[in-house]
Design a protein around this ligand. Structure first.
Ligand SMILES: Cc1ncc(COP(=O)(O)O)c(C=O)c1O
Length: 387
């Protein structure tokens, strides 16, 4: 009998992928499934980005690249960060990785081990908790509250820090809630971190371009007091509808970039070359497609929030960003997982149970509105019929 390492039993998963597989299986049986489960834009990657990758392949970019990414792409990211976040970085601090997840996994592996603690958002992106458990560290949930638009309370987070805390993970705009942490709360957290200089911060800003009703993106990069211990995670997947390309970046403090690069060399060597050229075209090319996608999401957001709030037993706060709503379903009398299964199997609507995002997600369902307004309306009609 083969015997796996004990850590494997602690590794979780991302249920959205399981829901997707079940939805596909039902479709193959001829069922009509409306997918409000998946966390990816339903748009195609803009053509000029695709063409840049095709040209790179034709131009013979077929080999390994430096582990941190091709210099042109790192420079393009540095220029974009300077423009959008108002902070200048040396491109050598930027590591190009195959998707946003990689920065997260590396940061957690770098700090997590037995006897340490990592604070992470709950409900939150499931890989945080999974990777923390895998690392051997204690996963300490940072509760996000519906009544504050799913923001954290800085005082509550600071109260969770112990001498064993190595890393705090922040995600705004957030998956699964769409929540956006207000500037004042971020400022209070950053000020409080002065008292805990041993704590690093991972700021997952993968939804930074998806904000609604004039909300501003507050990047943790703005705060010089934590810059030497801040890891910033961003990427192309959501902003440019490029989830399948596998392209993301991390900005690492000077003291950590070598360790991150060693992890990359041990793991994936580099991101495929053509994808990196696509990444340059995305950043440096026209941004109209991004604006158009965000405008479409905004319209759908209003539709889904309105429709869900008119559904018996369901309440749905207005999310400030990303493309998810996290609806409170306690009034339906169902538990989250039971309702998710019922909606998929009986109503033909794929959603994700709140509990897939941590134990504080009980009583909630995540709906992704990366689908047409017609489909959203149709889905809600079906849901009403089945409740
Ligand atoms: C909060 C958050 N961070 C990171 C990621 C990972 O993005 P990528 O597909 O680029 O790995 C996701 C994807 O759903 C996400 O929701």
């Amino acid at each position: 009998m083969v015997e796996m390492a004990a850590a494997m039993s602690r590794l979780g998963t991302e249920s959205a992928f399981e829901v997707l597989a079940r939805a596909k299986a039902l479709e193959e049986q001829g069922r009509d499934i409306i997918n409000l489960g998946i966390g990816q834009p339903d748009f195609k990657t803009p053509p000029h980005i695709v063409e840049a990758a095709v040209a790179a392949l034709r131009d013979g970019h077929h080999g390994y690249t430096p582990a941190g990414g091709i210099p042109e792409l790192r420079r393009a990211v540095a220029a974009d960060v300077a423009k959008r976040r108002g902070v200048d970085f040396d491109p050598s601090q930027i590591m190009i990785v195959p998707g946003g997840k990689v920065t997260m996994f590396f940061a957690i592996l770098m700090f997590g081990e037995k006897g340490t603690e990592i604070i992470y958002p709950n409900p939150g992106f499931p890989i945080y908790e999974s990777a923390i458990n895998f690392s051997g560290a204690k996963a300490v949930p940072m509760p996000l509250h519906e009544n504050t638009g799913y923001s954290f309370s800085a005082d509550e987070v600071l109260g969770l820090i112990t001498p064993r805390t190595r890393l705090i993970i922040i995600n705004s705009p957030a998956n699964p809630t769409g929540g956006v942490v207000p500037r004042a709360e971020i400022e209070r957290l950053v000020a409080g971190l002065d008292r805990h200089p041993q704590v690093a911060v991972l700021s997952d800003e993968i939804y930074s371009r998806m904000l609604y009703e004039g909300r501003e993106h507050v990047s943790l990069l703005e705060f010089p007091s934590i810059r030497d211990r801040l890891i910033l995670l961003d990427g192309w997947s959501k902003t440019y509808a490029m989830t399948g390309w596998r392209l993301g970046y991390g900005i690492w403090p000077k003291g950590l970039i070598d360790a991150a690069t060693r992890l990359a060399i041990n793991c994936h060597s580099c991101v495929n070359a053509a994808t990196q050229f696509a990444g340059i075209a995305a950043i440096e090319g026209p941004q109209d497609a991004v604006d158009e996608m965000v405008r479409a999401f905004d319209e759908r957001r209003k539709v889904i929030v309105g429709e869900l709030n008119q559904t018996a037993g369901v309440t749905c706060p207005d999310p400030g960003g990303a493309f998810y709503v996290f609806a409170n379903i306690t009034g339906t009398g169902f538990k989250s997982a039971a309702l998710q299964d019922r909606l998929l199997n009986e109503a033909g609507v794929a959603t994700v149970a709140g509990t897939s995002f941590g134990r504080f997600g009980e009583g909630y369902i995540r709906f992704s509105y990366a689908n047409s307004t017609d489909n959203i309306r149709r889905a809600i009609r079906r849901i009403r019929e089945h409740l």
